[in-house]
Design a protein around this ligand. Sequence first.
Ligand code: ZN
Ligand code: ZN
Ligand code: ZN
Length: 447
Amino acid sequence: MKQTGLLFFPAFDWAITPTHPEREERLLYTRDLIFEEGVMDLQEIKEYQPRLAEIKDIARVHFCIPDIESQILKAHLIAAGGSLVMADAFFNKEIKNAFAIIRPPGHHAMTVSHGNRGFCNINNEAIMVEYIRKNYGIKKIVIVDTDVHHGDGTSEIYYNDPDVLCISFHQDGRTIFPGTGFIDELGTPQAYGTNINIPLIPGTTDVGIHYILDNLILPLIEEFKPDLIVNSAGQDNHYSDPLANMRFTAQGYAKLNTKLAPDIAVLEGGYSVETALPYINLGIIMAMAGIDYSNYYEPDYKSFSESPENMEYIKKMVNIQLENFRNREDVIAQNKKKRGKLIQDYKSVFYDTEFINEEQYNKYRVCNKCSGYRMIDSTAHHRDGKVVRVYCISIPSNSCSTCQEEAKSAYKDLIENSSFFDYIYLQDRLGDEYRSTNMKTNIEKVL
Ligand SMILES: [Zn+2]
Ligand SMILES: [Zn+2]
Ligand SMILES: [Zn+2]
């Protein structure tokens, strides 16, 4: 019998501020419950220790401004490294599935990272996915974000990637951070339909969420046929969570993991640290390990019924998203025909924890042989008046040689001919090489 891998890294010395919800003792009660119940000694469980992620593992996903070292602490390297340990154990077939209970969290960290957003600096799931793609040659991946907040970082990182299906259900962005995650955010024109959002009315219960799971998420996964399923596992949909307004229970979360059967789950949010988080985490462990949890409830368990109006809304949304997903190949083919060589978009990104306003102009090359490279012109306005403008070029791991060559020469041209930028970056996932040039000193670093 293969076991479930479990890795626990609570980062007891890392907090945003002493009173912040993402604080040191967030996993204290989870640790107590795991050790009191003797979970690590169960024959169904195999315990793992984290290691440090390498700087290159992070460069494969992010442009950290000005550089990775100044953006992160050791805790980030251990949390990201913990998910890589779980990935190695899974792909070396030591275990049947894995749950990395780690912090700091990561799903709000986007490709460009000027600082902390939504408690995240680097994206643990994306770092793991790119590591897996590089080391184990996996192509199609599904990431299901079960956190109450829109997994906007993960979604942004894979917005132009048709091989990664990002599904996020969350409390409606009009009522909660980060304010995004609506049903019309479906991916760029050449990855259309592979970014599926399910915004939920506050107060949605187990019934509504399981309807979506059974009628949308599971059918989508079956049709997409991924090589890997990742649960970006946030526990803040719980009815007692202080940061959100949903009515999900520990049983609801456990059953979700039984049905979803993720290969790897990575912890995200969950701020009801004493009365819910430990029980949800333990419920997920039991579900993944195949241990009976039918009589397992949080101490103040409440059951809720779903309103008929909300069920109507949910059914409508499920049908719309099924159609968007099923039409994706036709829409992508049409888009590639009618578009020119470039897709362009503009967005502004707010960093709630560090009060940074970022303006971003994106260009994606449209390519019939690969998903095309991406160019990002990003300006960050910091709280103290400091303005940093950078240019980032990203070559995807499935890049064709034409796109790779074009992107590399664009990087060289910019360094020689542009005076607008503080830093210029090149992320070549195909060649696994990462460059950055400080335009004031003209010093280039290569990873
Ligand atoms: Zn979500
Ligand atoms: Zn969250
Ligand atoms: Zn190409």
